[in-house]
Design a binder for this molecule. Sequence first.
Ligand SMILES: Nc1nc2c(c(=O)[nH]1)N[C@H]1C(S)=C(S)[C@@H](COP(=O)(O)O)O[C@H]1N2
Ligand SMILES: [Mo]
Length: 197
Amino acid sequence: MAIVSRGFGARRRASDPQLPPGQYLTEDFPVLSAGPTPRIDLATWTFEIQSGTDTLAAWSWDELIALEIEDVRTDIHCVTRWSKLGTSWRGVSIDTLLAGIDTTASYATAHSYGGYTTNIPLAELRGGRAWVAFEFDGAPLDPEHGGPARLLVPHLYFWKSAKWVHGLTLMDQDAPGFWEQNGYSMHGDPWTEERYW
Ligand SMILES: Nc1nc2c(c(=O)[nH]1)N[C@H]1C(S)=C(S)[C@@H](COP(=O)(O)O)O[C@H]1N2
Ligand SMILES: [Mo]
């Protein structure tokens, strides 16, 4: 009987409805960075929305945190197969940042201090599903995890959530970012396992 109930438990965990296929649960918060953690001075920090060579909008740190701040509780899923459930963040919605911008672009590339880039269909950044996040678990975001601020797009694999985010470039055509040039998906939906292309 004990063996039967253990088997049952394992099957139940494997089919946890909160876990996308092929993912396992972790309680820690792994750090995954392709390079060193950049030093960023809040006095000169900016977040910019660009199109071609035009800067459509830009915020200083003080201007960003004066915008409407949202509390976000969400699961996150890394393509290396760890998922973390019920993480809590605070940040400014991308909807808020795009509100004053008139664009016909369909794609965006997030770019970061330090040079990281990742491409995301612009529609995936709208609809209350993406933020510039600067707090995790009630404290300022740790530099290793992208502080002072990172993109948070939790419904896509976590490589789309650019740490040390510096801005978005809006584009009519999709263009691969850092991991996408190395074979990762242009879209990255964990529920349909869009890991690579
Ligand atoms: N700027 C930058 N952002 C990044 C990365 C990176 O190397 N540089 N790695 C990505 C990857 S692959 C993942 S899984 C997550 C990891 O975030 P974490 O280190 O906070 O867990 O950040 C993403 N954002
Ligand atoms: Mo990742």
